[in-house]
Write a protein that binds this ligand. Structure first.
Ligand SMILES: Nc1nc2c(ncn2[C@@H]2O[C@H](COP(=O)(O)OP(=O)(O)OP(=O)(O)O)[C@@H](O)[C@H]2O)c(=O)[nH]1
Length: 447
């Protein structure tokens, strides 16, 4: 097949014999090429560096710098090393031809020249050059894209070894892409997840057409400093002669952080920044089930600010808000264990759950809370019972069984709190069913 010649190509013809130069130049012009001529190696080098021809026809035997040396210097210089060189020579021994190819020539034409053959060889080399150029350009374009990607891109072998990592991978994982290229998938992922991918790779290698696409998956990637980072990982096989996989890493840390912040916000009371009712309800449900299994006592504290309506009416709603924040701070300071939770349950009503806490301990904690609120000395000028803000607290403790429900504990704690109000406010009333029948509760009135 005759490949189309590049008509706009520039050819540099190098020969010390003026007759050859003239003949070749005429021929190349006839073919439609732009031509440059040089009658020595030195001249050829300087023209080549200046005009960057698409192809050089180079005589081997020349006085001074011969064709081989000229070619060597062309190949040594970054601006000329990709220009294809075709040698022309009367020396056609195997050694001469091999030496020509070894030094970097793409073809070797014997002299005396057969002009049709020269034209055909020039055309063929220009076609190859043009294909190489566009492949080179494509590769460069791809490299620029991959280098500037925000997403991490890796090429992974079926063994799990990372063959290539782009700069974003290095940035994500805190090391150079070269350092990553010495690592394997199980250096980056925890053992069970890495193993799942390796199993998938093995399956792809055996039956490529049946292996499902795993899609994006949220994973914790181990960074080079040992810390973990939440990322979406997408792995897909590449259609190559060797089984290779493309891995795309997408950082989801920010997304995770805002997700966590949102989740946290949904569980907090906006005024007091302690847990809200929704959070408390699900927390007590879990602790209740745990207590049913463990047989440990569960204590619920219900706290209500005394004469709070009067406080608001006297000092204003904003002052009331501040008082609620202060009370919440006291509660929070005593809900220290992971199984404790203080929450704002309603307007001026608070609750604290003390899991695995017997009645006496819970009553003592409640008494400390009461005393600390009183000690805040927040003036309550019109309070009928005290000159400052006080709280009434009910505490109920029970060892729940499968037959009980959490409502029972709330009712008992509420009743105890109302008992404290009725008994004069600013006090703790604790009840403990101790696993006994509910109507046989023991009442403890503190103070
Ligand atoms: N400042 C403020 N007040 C609130 C908030 N939520 C509820 N309240 C007020 O809390 C008051 C609760 O009053 P009541 O339930 O009548 O009881 P109390 O005045 O505390 O009297 P006792 O409970 O009998 O000691 C109401 O006036 C509510 O408006 C809040 O977020 N901020």
């Amino acid at each position: 097949m005759n490949l189309p010649a590049r008509r706009d190509a520039a050819i540099l013809i190098v020969d010390d014999a003026p007759a050859n130069l003239g003949l070749l130049r005429k021929l190349m012009i006839q073919q439609g090429y732009q031509t440059f001529v040089a009658n020595s190696g030195e001249r050829a080098l300087s023209i080549a560096r200046r005009v960057r021809p698409d192809l050089i026809l180079l005589d081997v035997v020349m006085p001074g710098m011969d064709g081989l040396e000229t070619c060597r210097q062309l190949k040594d210089h970054p601006s000329t090393q990709r220009i294809p060189v075709i040698f022309m020579s009367a020396r056609t021994g195997t050694e001469d031809v091999v030496a020509g190819f070894d030094i970097g020539a793409v073809d070797y034409i014997s002299k005396p020249l057969r002009m049709a053959e020269v034209c055909a060889r020039v055309r063929a080399q220009l076609q190859i050059r043009s294909t190489n150029d566009s492949q080179h350009e494509q590769a460069e374009r791809l490299r620029t894209i991959v280098d500037s990607m925000v997403e991490g891109l890796m090429i992974i072998e079926a063994s799990g070894r990372i063959q290539y990592a782009n700069p974003a991978c290095g940035r994500y994982l805190g090391c150079t892409p070269e350092a990553l290229e010495k690592k394997s998938l199980d250096d980056l992922l925890c053992a069970p997840v890495a193993q799942e991918y390796l199993d998938y790779f093995a399956r792809c290698a055996e039956e490529p057409e049946f292996a499902p696409q795993p899609g994006a998956r949220e994973v914790i990637v181990r960074r080079c400093d040992g810390s973990g980072r939440a990322m979406d990982l997408t792995l897909a096989p590449m259609a190559m002669h060797e089984t290779l996989f493309i891995g795309l890493l997408h950082d989801i840390t920010h997304h995770k952080q805002s997700e966590t912040a949102l989740q946290r916000a949904a569980l907090l009371d906006p005024l007091t920044k302690i847990a809200n009712r929704r959070h408390f309800d699900s927390f007590i449900e879990l602790e209740w089930q745990r207590a049913v299994r463990s047989g440990e006592p569960l204590s619920l504290v219900v706290l209500d600010v005394d004469h709070f309506k009067l406080y608001n009416d006297t000092l204003g709603h904003p002052a009331g808000d501040i008082a609620l924040q202060q009370v919440a701070g006291v509660l929070q300071a005593h809900a220290l264990r992971v199984t404790d939770l203080a929450a704002r349950y309603g307007g001026e009503e608070f609750v604290v759950l003390f899991a695995a806490t017997p009645a006496a301990d819970a009553a003592a904690l409640a008494e400390t809370i009461r005393a600390e609120v009183e000690a805040l000395q927040m003036p309550h000028p019109r309070s009928p019972s005290s000159g400052s803000i006080t709280v009434s607290i009910g505490v109920a403790t029970m060892v729940p069984t499968q037959l009980d429900d959490v409502e029972k504990l709330f009712v008992a704690a509420d009743r105890a709190m109302y008992g404290a109000k009725e008994a004069g406010r600013n006090r703790v009333v604790a009840v403990d069913n101790g696993g006994m029948a509910w109507d046989a509760v023991k009442s403890l009135v503190k103070r």
